[in-house]
Design a protein around this ligand. Structure first.
Ligand SMILES: [Mg+2]
Length: 305
């Protein structure tokens, strides 16, 4: 199973099932119509061997990550978390103490973002540890931030820094909930998503949903300190910044005048950088040393062929 193609298949299979649904499969979360409030729902599963290695990281790190990746998807919609539902699938030899440490760290990061654990399930089996989290969130009066509403001419902005997540960032990142809420309230944002699989992969997903293309300014990428420590080769740094994945920063499309205002204000504790522009022509290009070339398809896609 290959993730991008599978998601497209599911989109087509569910295209007509739209009762009560404002936005279904294809965004960071679904948007459900409520009476006086719209709701967002997201769910993400992490598993030993794929998203973490249980013999290398602590149960606290695992629990934190399970919750944080889902909070990041709520941030991607510029929504407020309301409650989380956590299902644990534990190897049969797991001790109570271990399971407790996992859950305590889930509850703790939930508290940081006003997102109590409200339910879930626990099972054991002969396989490895897997954790599924579902988070319910609510939209703010400015509405949800969608992937599908980027416009040609919009500037592409990212929060924070990119690349090198495997050195530790993928376990201890801060979901950009507060940053997304602040930006969506103060500024007119066209579109947004969180960067889970690398800028090169994720900008393609935004473009696909918005029926546009993008040019990425490789010389402007905010390359993380971790990446710079890993390699001094500029080409390698760029490859890592766009391809490593698990940055869990925000990618935003914003009309130029508003984007300039954000870049001028720098209203967050982390930098906001202009990394490109949306264009009408579909496809994704890289601009480097004034040269425009197709951006190679890198980034992390779950699954194998
Ligand atoms: Mg996402």
């Amino acid at each position: 199973v290959q993730e991008n193609a599978f998601v497209q298949l599911l989109q087509s299979l569910t295209a007509n099932d739209t009762a009560g649904l404002l936005h279904g499969i294809g965004d960071d979360a679904a948007v459900l119509r409520g009476n006086d409030q719209d709701w967002v729902v997201t769910t993400d599963l992490i598993a030993d061997g794929s998203h973490f290695l249980s013999h290398e990281v602590t149960p606290e790190h695992i629990g934190r990550k399970a919750m944080a990746v889902n909070l990041s998807d709520i941030a991607a919609m510029a929504a407020k978390p309301v409650a989380a539902f956590v299902s644990l699938l534990l190897p049969s030899e797991t001790t109570n103490e271990y399971a407790e440490l996992v859950m305590k760290s889930i509850i703790e990061i939930g508290r940081e973002f006003d997102c109590p654990v409200a339910g879930g399930d626990t099972n054991t089996w002969a396989g490895k540890l897997a954790i599924n989290v579902l988070i319910l969130g609510k939209t703010t009066p400015r509405g949800p931030l969608l992937r599908s509403t980027a416009q040609p001419g919009d500037w592409l902005l990212v929060t924070g820094e990119l690349g090198g997540s495997l050195t530790g960032h993928h376990l201890d990142f801060t979901p950009r909930i507060n940053e997304a809420l602040l930006l969506n309230e103060r500024y007119e944002l066209s579109a947004g998503m969180d960067l889970s699989d690398g800028l090169a992969m994720d900008v393609r997903r935004m473009c696909q949903m918005s029926n546009c293309g993008a040019e990425i300014l490789l010389d402007e990428l905010p390359i993380s300190r971790a990446t710079k420590q890993q390699t001094s080769d500029r080409g390698q740094q760029v490859a890592r910044a766009i391809g490593d994945g698990e940055d869990f920063e925000l990618l935003l499309a914003v009309a130029p005048t508003e984007a300039k205002r954000i870049l001028q204000d720098q209203p967050l504790d982390v930098p906001i950088t202009n990394v490109g522009i949306c264009v009408a022509e579909t496809g994704v290009w890289q601009i480097e040393d004034g040269q425009r070339l197709p951006l190679p398809v890198t980034g992390y896609e779950h699954g194998t062929k």
